[in-house]
Ligand binder design. Structure first.
Ligand SMILES: Cc1ncc(COP(=O)(O)O)c(C=O)c1O
Length: 490
């Protein structure tokens, strides 16, 4: 591709991106598509000859677009709502252009040093200890794998050469993200050595039950190794009692990993700083800028108090990777399972600089305010109830009817294409989740979505008894299926 052709195509792509941000609200959040539908539209043979970029882009709009779930949509309120902001997108262009591999300082001095600088800035904003060493991974799932690996070597240095010592135990709660348990399984702790600690009525790990479990393990000859506490758990955004858990970790010499993948960013807001109480005592602390810090997927940060343990766990440097600067610099690939590393610090740097702390505080505050507004709608409506506290920007709620009704309500809302909510089960009951966090979500979105939910529930109330009698599933609610094609106007 010659520079002139690149420029033309880039211009067309960028115009499309700008228009996407302007009109994304008019597009369906969820695609109306059956499994295999996109695959069936694709040729089974790979292209023999190259094709014009205009044709590829046209097919992106007409074929790929309608099969996309739009995560960067202001009414994407499912899972944890996320944002890929324009400065992050621009940085991604540069990252791909430079194609830097940030494995060693020598292969990428700017990437390495920008990673140190940006993670230092976030550490300051969160009030975390200066001695924390930070590293960027792709996801929190990898971050917790690395943290647990470090915890294992911290407790059992000989494990590196001898292999796993039987009976090392890990403590999580019923609400800890599944990536922690999976990491323990993958590292050879054994699923039976993962203790799942009960939670209180507000879904927070119970410190008394944690201590009971540790005492029991000690008396059974086990070796307690790591506790994972959450600040913003996945289902209900609960905040575990980290100060009490840190006391227990100290008392028994156990590694404390704090998973603040979602909730950590909120602490940049001064009045939300309290959510990190006790986190400064953790051995490792995880935050996902790709969740609620306006950086595009993927970007996850692990801070660790004992980087030398992480390095001992992961480092194995063959001759061809040795450099003469090794003793003076950080070679990030020595601190994780990946050798090749993307230049993710650049998009973090772009976002932090473009918005600044005040801009980021304003966006976080707005999401928190909108969540409180949505919560007030739920509380004011006698047909609905709140299912969990709202410490961040996630509202868990349900219709006072039964689980089947709530399931149908979720399907009806999502089938409309106007919003995407997700679900969980809390206290044994099916619950809808409205997660606010996209940078474009505004008050009108939240009011519209609440009206959609109420209208859908009102219609379902009329239709539900008949549907159940007929044994039919949840039909999409009439009048909520006005969809526009993805490539609209582009
Ligand atoms: C609290 C929490 N921790 C960890 C994860 C895993 O995140 P990732 O997709 O970055 O692996 C999630 C995912 O939603 C989460 O909610």
């Amino acid at each position: 591709m010659k520079p002139a052709e690149f420029l033309r195509a880039a211009d067309e792509h960028c115009r499309w991106i700008a228009e996407y941000f302007e009109h994304v609200r008019d597009l369906p959040v969820l695609p109306d598509i059956q499994p295999g539908e996109l695959r069936n539209q694709m040729p089974s043979l790979a292209p023999e000859e190259g094709e014009p970029i205009e044709q590829i882009f046209a097919d992106f709009r007409s074929v790929i677009g309608p099969a996309l779930t739009l995560w960067n949509h202001p009414r994407f309120l499912a899972y944890f709502s996320i944002s890929s902001t324009p400065p992050s997108i621009l940085a991604e262009l540069l990252i791909a252009t430079l194609n830097v591999n940030a494995m060693l300082w020598k292969t990428s001095p700017a990437a390495t040093e920008l990673e140190e600088v940006t993670l230092g800035w976030i550490r300051q904003w969160l009030g975390l200890p200066d001695e924390y060493f930070g590293i960027i991974y792709d996801t929190a799932s990898v971050g917790v794998l690395q943290a647990l690996d470090a915890a294992r070597l911290w407790i059992c240095p000989e494990c590196r050469s001898e292999g796993m010592r039987p009976g090392l135990t890990v403590y999580i709660s019923e609400h800890t993200h599944s990536s922690s348990e999976r990491a323990a399984i993958m590292l050879g702790f054994g699923q039976k050595n993962v203790r799942i600690i009960g939670v209180d009525a507000e879904f927070r790990m119970r410190a008394d039950l944690l201590e009971d479990a540790i005492r029991r393990d000690l008396s059974d000859g086990k070796t307690p190794c790591c506790i994972v506490a959450s600040i913003g758990s996945t289902s209900a955004s609960a905040i575990d009692p980290v100060p009490a858990i840190a006391d227990i970790a100290d008392r028994y010499g156990i590694w404390l990993h704090v998973d603040a993948a979602y909730g950590g960013s909120a602490a940049i807001v001064p009045e939300m700083r309290h959510v990190l109480a006790g986190a400064e005592r953790a051995h490792s602390f995880l935050l996902n800028p790709h969740k609620w810090l306006y950086v595009s997927i993927d970007c996850s940060v692990l801070y660790i108090r004992h980087p030398e343990v992480l390095r001992r766990a992961a480092s194995l440097t063959p001759e061809y990777l040795r450099t003469k600067q090794d003793s003076d610099v950080v070679n990030y690939s020595e601190y994780g399972v990946q050798l090749g590393r993307r230049f993710r610090a650049l998009k973090l740097w772009y976002v932090l600089r473009y918005y600044g702390r005040q801009g980021i505080i304003a966006m976080l505050r707005e999401s928190i305010r909108l969540a409180q507004l949505f919560k007030s709608f739920v509380q004011a409506d006698e047909d609905f109830e709140l299912s969990a506290p709202v410490p961040f920007a996630l509202v868990c709620f349900r219709h006072r009817s039964d689980d089947d009704f709530n399931r149908c309500l979720l399907e009806a809302v999502n089938a409309s294409g106007k919003a995407f909510l997700s679900h969980t089960v809390l206290h044994g009951r099916f619950v809808l989740r409205c997660s606010i966090g996209n940078f474009q979500t505004n008050e009108a979105d939240i009011r519209d979505v609440w009206e959609l939910i109420r209208a859908s529930a009102a219609r379902l109330e009329n239709e539900f008894a008949a549907q159940r009698q007929d044994g039919r599933g949840c039909a999409p609610v009439d009048g909520t299926e006005t969809r526009q094609p993805f490539g609209r106007g582009a």
